[in-house]
Design a protein around this ligand. Structure first.
Ligand SMILES: [Zn+2]
Ligand SMILES: [Zn+2]
Ligand SMILES: [Zn+2]
Ligand SMILES: [Zn+2]
Ligand SMILES: [Zn+2]
Length: 203
């Protein structure tokens, strides 16, 4: 019986100890009791931009209290200035009158591409510049062993195509007959099957 009594005594003693601890705040350190918050000054926590609202904030200055209040700051709006347009030309870009913001990258600028020269009889009808053709390589030689042909080259700066005559190419002779056009061809003295082509045509 004495043993039971002392056990109960121990439990009571421990409970009292625990209660004393909790009342002095050790067990509830992170949960202060309700109190009238002491709010500090408003400060800007997220600055507003031209187009987006910001946030201001004030916090309770009581130690350990995490209470705070926020309210938004209205977006400032763009600070627009006008810029003059510049017409485009055959060789340079242009743009219309536009507005831009002095505080951010907002702009209504839109580039107008260069038109490129528009030639009429080798004179640009927009800027008057004379066009001098600048040709690429020759191509498309139509000459055969039975006749002359034409070859072509295109101007890289306009749609002009130039052509020039080309000499007939040599017959491909095998046993006195051309294997391409089937004409009878006299053998060369040296006995070569291939008749060498004439000298390269002067351009
Ligand atoms: Zn507070
Ligand atoms: Zn802006
Ligand atoms: Zn032009
Ligand atoms: Zn041209
Ligand atoms: Zn032939």
């Amino acid at each position: 019986m004495k043993k039971v009594f002392s056990l109960i005594f121990c439990v009571i003693l421990f409970s009292a100890f625990a209660l004393a601890l909790s009342s002095c705040g050790l067990f509830n350190k992170n949960e202060p009791k309700e109190h009238a918050h002491t709010l500090g000054e408003w400060f800007v926590s997220v600055a507003p931009t031209c187009a987006e609202n910001g946030t201001q904030k004030r916090v309770c200055t009581s130690e350990g209290c995490t209470y705070y209040e926020t309210k938004s700051i209205i977006a400032t709006g763009h600070d627009l200035v006008s810029e003059k347009g510049v017409p485009n030309s055959c060789i340079s870009i242009g743009w219309n009158d536009y507005e831009k913001c002095t505080k951010c990258s907002y702009s209504t600028y839109e580039e107008i591409p260069a038109t490129g020269h528009v030639y009429n009889q080798d004179i640009c009808r927009n800027c008057g510049q004379e066009h001098i053709h600048s040709y690429g390589d020759w191509y498309g030689d139509t000459a055969t062993c039975s006749g002359t042909g034409l070859k072509y080259r295109k101007c890289v700066g306009c749609t002009h195509v130039e052509s020039t005559p080309t000499p007939a190419i040599a017959h491909k002779v095998d046993g006195g007959v051309c294997t391409v056009c089937h004409e009878e061809v006299e053998q060369e003295d040296n006995g070569d099957d291939i008749v060498l082509p004439p000298e390269i045509f002067e351009e």
